[in-house]
Design a protein around this ligand. Sequence first.
Ligand SMILES: *Cc1c(COP(=O)(O)O)cnc(C)c1O
Length: 381
Amino acid sequence: MVNAPLNEMPLMKEDDGIVLFYPHVPESAIEEVAKVLRSRWIGQGPKVEQFEDEFERKFAKGGKAISVGSGTDALHLAYILAGIKEGDEVIAPVFTCTATNIPFLYMGVKVVFADIDAHTLNIDVNHVRRLITPKTKAIVCVHYGGLPCDMDELHEIANSYNIPVIEDAAHALGAKYKGRYIGEISPFTMYSFQAIKSLTTGDGGMLVIQDKNLIEKAKRIRWFGIDRSAKQMGVWENDITEIGYKYQMTDISAAIGLASLKEIDNTLQHRKILLSEYCRGLKGISGIRFIGDGYTDREHAAWLCTVIVERRLDFQRKLRENKIESNQVHYRNDRYTVFGGRSDQFPNMDAIEDKYLVLPLHTKMSIDDVRFICSVAKSGW
Ligand SMILES: *Cc1c(COP(=O)(O)O)cnc(C)c1O
């Protein structure tokens, strides 16, 4: 099996070794979902509102949280609320989940990709400075792996053009920048509760907005453009003046979210302990570099453990022989035809393209699992 190509090795099963991801679902979520299923509201109802309130209290003081069906929904909604229109330009990172940029394709918006910072894999603010023009209508940033971007610099650039920063915080639930939670800083912050994110509702998402004047509009657009509460009162005048879609969350998902929110501090703490053990354990091993350490002004949310590694395929094979799963997870978006195809404008992305790798990190893992993975790395590949 030593030299078998990776794609010919069997997929990992959970009892077979250390898998890359594992959803975190509290036991209590099962009973909470059962209660919802026995109630009158299973779609968007009181649990959704309660989840928004409790989410705000925890992660988005001063903002308004709007629950939606996915992180992708939250981004699409944010882009509409930010007033981005067909023909506009936005700057977004080239290295991210396709979900960050796909909504722009529906909107006819031109995505101008920015390179990554070689040390963090976050958006390179110096490249953003060079790319910005009067046609730019927003800057989108992604806190890769859970490490916050250079928010002061991004805000300074955005403010000088009077445009918003939109944060894709799908990796960054619980991250802090200069003492404040991500979610309290920019006009729009989006979270994902997809199956493998730190907090999951199966699928789901949250958009946090700061402008109170946009709350009602956000709720209407979440539901076709209909003022749902007026309609429920039976006095709705029956006109739709804005194009909405169906972005809502259900009470079934919100019940899982509420149960998960109750233990989110422990979940995040568990992940942080594992990540710092990786950071410690991988230090000094030649040919491998841990991404995301060395900051004192921001707090990593510990969603991904990413390394830059020489001879990645050999390393992956070595891990796999030791029943450790690994993956690249996200790919540079300019490799996809729908985004216009590959560009040679991203030297930092080029430099790591064949070297970055994500290692297992989830709440079913123990510190000993991380120590084992580090010892496998230490033994060479
Ligand atoms: C997961 C993820 C999304 C998409 O969220 P969904 O809930 O799956 O729609 C967007 N951006 C990033 C960076 C992600 O990791």
